[in-house]
Design a protein around this ligand. Structure first.
Ligand code: PEP
Ligand code: MN
Length: 342
């Protein structure tokens, strides 16, 4: 249930209203806008009647939220959430500020120190704001390269020091969280998007999260997964559309561009789009990236490798630096149409 308070109500009256609600065994999520305060009531509200709240003169309106996700919904939190990434030993990047479409770029996997540092320098030069690279790789085959694990994280930390870029990498198991203290943005991959125990632990950890949509995940399931992270303590969640499975196999996945405006409508969380995994084909990545900017995406995640043909994972979709640089120039032009920069 959401309760919207009248403007100009004193903090004392808001506090006493909140404590009355908490006595009903409910949690209260407070969203303070420019002139209105929105209270999201969390818990079993089934026995409450919204009309009863209207008797209180500080209440403007009260209504049930029909969606099963609450903290992630725009009705609970009308203003956009801006996620701050890095700033601690790196240059902070803001996702969801409505002014920028930051690029999160780097190789699919961290393969060795030289490979990652070269890619980090290349993406930084082109204008990327966050470095990505998988240290733990969710591979379909157990015989494929599985990532360097903690050593990969160490290499990412080194690249962060050398470039000043915040780092983004995927966590596959909560037992590895001990290595993620210096990671700026934790990625939850498509294959783990409904690993609820993992989501709970990530929520408790408190770092910003890039939550990817599952291969066959619905929008509602994506938002429910975001809710798991938020309900466990982390409100800094970025949703990521990365293509879904459909009947046709001409691309690796099918990019659901309409997820961007829809998610913006129903949720306040920023939406990043990953064109690389969406199509899986190098030459198509740029076109999908441009469509994402036009659709209002708050950022893009793009795979870049200095020698893509030799990459240990996702060789066919990673861009060489020259292609990425050209694309960044083009994306800036598309972003300008929306009044933004990359
Ligand atoms: C990745 O980003 O390298 C990755 C494995 O992505 P996804 O989980 O979307 O497949
Ligand atoms: Mn990949």
């Amino acid at each position: 249930m959401i309760v919207i308070l009248k403007s100009g109500v004193s903090q004392d009256r808001i506090d006493s209203f909140i404590s009355d609600v908490k006595e009903k065994n409910l949690d209260v999520h407070v969203s303070k806008g420019v002139d209105k305060t929105v209270l999201g009531l969390l818990g079993d509200t089934s026995k409450l009647d919204p009309e009863d709240f209207l008797a209180n003169e500080i209440v403007e309106s009260a209504e049930r939220v029909s969606a099963p996700y609450k903290m992630a919904s725009r009705s609970f939190h009308p203003e956009n959430t801006v996620v701050k990434i890095g700033g601690d030993g790196s240059t902070a990047c803001f996702i969801g500020d409505g002014k920028t479409v930051p690029l999160i770029a780097g190789p699919c996997s961290v393969e060795n120190e030289k490979q990652l540092i070269d890619a980090a320098l290349a993406v930084k030069k082109a204008g990327a704001r966050i470095l990505r690279g998988g240290a733990y790789k969710p591979r379909t085959s157990p015989y494929s390269f599985q990532g360097l694990g903690p050593e990969g994280i160490r290499i990412l930390e080194k690249a962060k020091k050398e470039t000043g870029l915040p780092i983004c990498t995927e966590l596959m198991s909560a037992s590895e969280l001990k290595y993620f203290e210096n990671v700026d943005l934790i990625q939850v991959g498509a294959r783990n998007f409904q690993n609820f125990d993992l989501l709970k632990e990530i929520g408790k950890f408190g770092k910003p999260v890039l939550l990817k949509r599952g291969l066959s995940g619905t929008i509602q399931e994506l938002l429910m997964s975001a809710e798991y992270i938020m309900a466990n303590g982390t409100e800094q969640v970025i949703l990521c559309e990365r293509g879904i499975r459909t009947y046709d196999g001409y691309t690796r996945n099918c990019l659901d561009v309409s997820a961007v405006p829809y998610l913006h409508k129903v949720s306040h969380l920023p939406v990043v789009l990953d064109p690389s995994h969406a199509c899986g084909i190098r030459w198509m990545v740029g076109t999908l990236a441009c469509s994402a900017v036009a659709a209002g995406a708050d950022g893009l995640e793009i795979e870049v490798h200095c020698n893509p043909e030799k990459a240990l994972s996702d060789a066919s979709q990673q861009l060489p630096p020259v292609m990425f640089e050209e694309l960044a120039v083009k994306l800036n032009k598309y972003a300008a149409v929306e009044g933004k920069t990359i």
